[in-house]
Structure formats: C-alpha cells, structure tokens
Design a protein around this ligand. Structure first.
Ligand code: 4NP
Length: 157
C-alpha cells in the first residue's frame, strides 16, 4: 500500500465526472495542505486516451482549473492495490468496481457523495447526454465530495 492517501475517482467514460472529481480533489487538497495522490479512471473503454469532454474542460476552466492535459484510462484490478480509496461517482460504477476488486485488496470503495453529510448513497448524475448546465451541477457535486473527503483524510471529520 502507498505511504500517503491515494484516491482514485471512477465514472463510466473518464471524460466528464471523474476528471472533474480529480480536479476538484487536487484543488481542495492543495488548499488544505494535504499531501495526496489523486487520479481518475473509467469502467468503460470507449474513451481511453481522449482528453476530457469539452463541456467538462469548460466548467473546470470557469473554476480556474485546466484539465485539458488529462487523458482517459480504464480502471484495472491493480488499482485496488495502489490506491487507498477508490471512489465511484454512481451506483452502476460502484457495482462494477466491487465486481472487479480482487479478494483481499485493501482499498476502501465508496460513493463520492457518501463523503458529504446528508447525501450518503446519492449518485453524481451523468451529464453526458444532458444540457450544458448539467456540468455546473456536476462541478458543485464533485466539489462537495472532494471537500468531505479532504476533511476526512485530514482527520477533521
Ligand atoms: P462520464 O460520462 O462517465 O462522467 O465520463 C460519460 C461519458 C461517455 C459516455 C457516458 C458517460 N458514453 O456513453 O460514451
């Protein structure tokens, strides 16, 4: 296991929600002075190697973060050995992760919004087929999740 917290965010395509969760987590951890490894991946393979969706890049840029250099990858079984926390954006991806997790792997698997008081068990909705404004909701959700996770990993919660 790594010597510091290592958090992997997982959605379906790794081009919308989980790159935004990665960006929000990097920003919140840096603000809190918390030393973390952060990455993101998708359970699907369709977008491997691609940059985040333009609408995800745009909402990140509106919030002062450049994610244009991120590239999509697919989650692999070894991720459960290299990350301390594997965080799903919704229930379908949580189920896929639990099915993929090797027996005895130490990583804690959770839903992102489990880390937000009062929102345990909720999903971050998939904005891919929706209106552009959906990405602002995604950003608000992943920021709330990142704040909750940072508070927990900092020992505040
Ligand atoms: P993400 O969004 O899982 O938040 O990256 C999606 C991206 C692509 C597709 C679905 C969701 N797709 O069907 O291609």
């Amino acid at each position: 296991m790594p010597d510091r917290p290592a958090v992997l965010f997982v959605c379906l395509g790794n081009i919308c929600r989980s790159p935004l969760a990665e960006a929000a987590m990097r920003a919140e951890a840096s603000r809190a002075g918390l030393d973390l490894l952060v990455d993101s991946a998708g359970t699907g393979h369709w977008h491997v190697g691609k940059a985040p969706d333009r609408r995800a890049q745009a909402v990140a840029a509106r919030n002062g973060i450049d994610i244009s250099g991120y590239r999509a990858r697919q989650v692999v079984r070894e991720d459960f050995l290299h990350f301390t926390h594997v965080v799903a954006l919704d229930h379908d991806n949580l189920a896929r992760l639990l099915a993929l997790r090797p027996a005895g792997a130490g990583a804690e698997v959770s839903l992102l919004l489990d880390h937000v008081p009062g929102r345990a068990g909720e999903a971050v909705a998939d904005p891919y087929y929706g209106e552009a404004a959906g990405f602002d909701t995604t950003w608000a959700d992943v920021t709330a999740g990142a704040r909750g996770l940072v508070a927990r990993l900092s020992g505040v919660l």
